[in-house]
Design a protein around this ligand. Sequence first.
Ligand code: UT7
Length: 325
Amino acid sequence: MKHAAVLGTGSSMPKRVLTNADLEQMVETSDEWITSRTGIQTRRIAGEGEQTHLLAARAAEKALLMAKISAEEIDLIVVATITPHKIMPSCACFVQSEIGATKAFAFDLNAACSGFLYGLDLADKYILNRPDMKILLIGAENLSARVNWKDRNTCILFGDGAGACVLSSKKDGAGIIDSNLFSDGTLWQLLHMDSPQSLNPDLVEEIIDDSYILMSGKDVFKHAVRAMEDAIKGLLKRHGLSTSDIALMIPHQANIRILNKLVNRLGMPQENVYINVDRYGNTSAASIPIAIDEANRQGKINKGDLLLFCSFGGGFTWGSLLMQW
Ligand code: UT7
């Protein structure tokens, strides 16, 4: 059986850097509070020419270049995002047009911070069916456009960016091994964001703009640690593996305290976990592919390495995925 393997990676970050000192001028907070509670020091904020689809397209171009594949050879484009610049057409269709992937079909995937993991699983299913297929999977977000900059509980956490992988089958045995994915819609209220206008204006007396990210941080924190731990342990057990078999874990980057707790419970060496939440904050669906691209370009991933991915986000959605590089 042929599985989806990574042929190339890319990422694109907005130029503007927002520091904790900048946030001290905007809401009642401090660098000390943000750093000690989240590990975040800076995040990137999209500006002119850096909307979701444009960040996504720039990340995709870099991944194609590394994969030595032209945009015209791509069969499918999937963009994992909760912040497309338009609801319709999809961000993926804009990327298709932007990079000239003329024969691809294209659609978006919404699984919040787990979007890229769900996308890897989806790509694997397409490639199992058609091993020569070439898939461009992107995670891209413009969360700063949907953050309430007056709410110190959330505005310090999120950032913008995009990461991409070109996927197809390889002859050397590399590829996705298995995944362990979950959702629980009953807990949606703990982390959510409305559409800008989710009701017909003729039917309501007042439009309440509830379109910001709303989160019950403490609850999300508790669920995130437990859920990712279970998803990882279940997946490793299924394959008779332990954390010592993992060359590198690339988790969704939400909060350094969540990651430290998770890593302690798993008994993993800290140096085998890729972390960039300090520089980019939480970029939702973009966080895993940005981290993959950085780790790859820094030479932290080698051929044959066993990689472990995990995520947790709105929905709730969560899971883990194993891949041989
Ligand atoms: O991708 C998945 C999505 N999200 C997450 O994974 C986030 C999960 N949650 C978290 O990361 C953490 O819960 C937060 C970083 C959001 C908050 O940390 P916490 O340790 O859970 O703090 P808290 O919400 O319990 O707040 C503690 C105190 C409160 O003050 P009082 O009520 O004790 O007086 C807050 O009002 O800290 C206050 N506070 C702040 N103070 C300074 C909340 N935000 C801030 C802030 N600066 N930015």
